[in-house]
Design a binder for this molecule. Structure first.
Ligand SMILES: O=S(=O)(CCO)c1ccc(-c2ccc(C3CCCC3)c([C@H]3C[C@H]3c3ccccn3)c2)cc1
Length: 239
């Protein structure tokens, strides 16, 4: 993908999102708004030109899967409709490379707001951990809104286009079996950080949006992580 016109932006945004995901939720203004088992979901209340764009950060720990497996199922278009319940249609507009694609998604309408679509590049990458060089176990998927000739903004004006930046950062922790036995899924833990900022792109009542975020994000992360566990549990481990 290094040759593609988008590459410099993909490289920059992915690095920025990795740094942002690694920042704790301790300092300052993150508000815990949902908890479910190991999942903790935080938000900041922010508005841009009167539009709710509340940044969201979730942390979660899932046993029995690797960071690669979690990111693979998040990135791949083949499984998206199995776990993403808020989209009506999804199309891959361009396959930039094996690890980079451009998606157009039409989201279900959130009454009384008008229906939205999202056009974004999606990039999957393994990240060498600068702090721990032999930790080759961190993977990231970064999704960031973009433009594309085959999905012009004002094509038919039917949908308002959202502007989003999303990052799923997953780290595999291995509890090596005592007796030097082969690693099994019971020895695996995946530490997940999910960050998202969605600008609704046009007017939507703050109260409605905040209610939808509060309902949809915990549901989405819970459904997605359970889906990946179920898909992987009887398959060979992929790091
Ligand atoms: O992580 S991803 O990249 C996974 C690939 O799909 C992602 C996640 C979320 C969105 C998205 C897009 C639009 C909306 C709103 C804004 C005004 C009306 C629709 C929302 C709000 C509704 C919230 C929500 C939260 C979680 C999942 C879906 N819906 C979220 C897009 C992509």
């Amino acid at each position: 993908a290094q040759s593609h016109v988008l590459w410099p932006e993909i490289d920059r945004i992915t690095a920025e999102q990795l740094h942002y995901a690694r920042q704790g939720v301790g300092e300052g203004v993150w508000e815990l708004f949902a908890e479910d088992g190991e999942m903790r979901m935080y938000k900041r209340e922010e508005e841009v030109n009167g539009l709710v764009v509340d940044p969201l950060k979730a942390v979660h720990t899932v046993k029995g899967v690797t960071g690669f497996e979690m990111c693979h199922y998040f990135f791949s278009p083949d499984y998206r409709l199995d776990w993403e319940t808020t989209i009506e249609q999804m199309k891959v507009l361009e396959k930039v490379s094996d690890d980079t694609m451009i998606f157009l998604q039409i989201h279900k309408r959130v009454w009384p707001a008008s229906q939205r679509d999202a056009l974004f590049w999606s990039h999957l990458r393994q990240v060498p951990d600068s702090r721990d060089p032999d930790a080759q176990n961190i993977w990231i998927v970064c999704n960031h809104s973009t433009e594309h000739h085959s999905a012009p903004e004002k094509s038919n004006g039917k949908y308002i286009r959202v502007f989003l930046t999303v990052a799923l950062v997953c780290q595999t922790m291995i509890e090596p079996p005592k007796n030097g036995a082969q690693i099994t899924r019971d020895d695996l833990t995946c530490k997940i950080t999910y960050c998202s900022v969605v600008n609704p792109g046009g007017w939507a009542p703050a109260s409605v949006l905040r209610a939808v975020y509060k309902r949809e994000y915990p549901k989405f992360l819970k459904k997605f992580t359970h889906y990946v566990y179920d898909q992987c549990k009887n398959k060979p481990i992929r790091f």
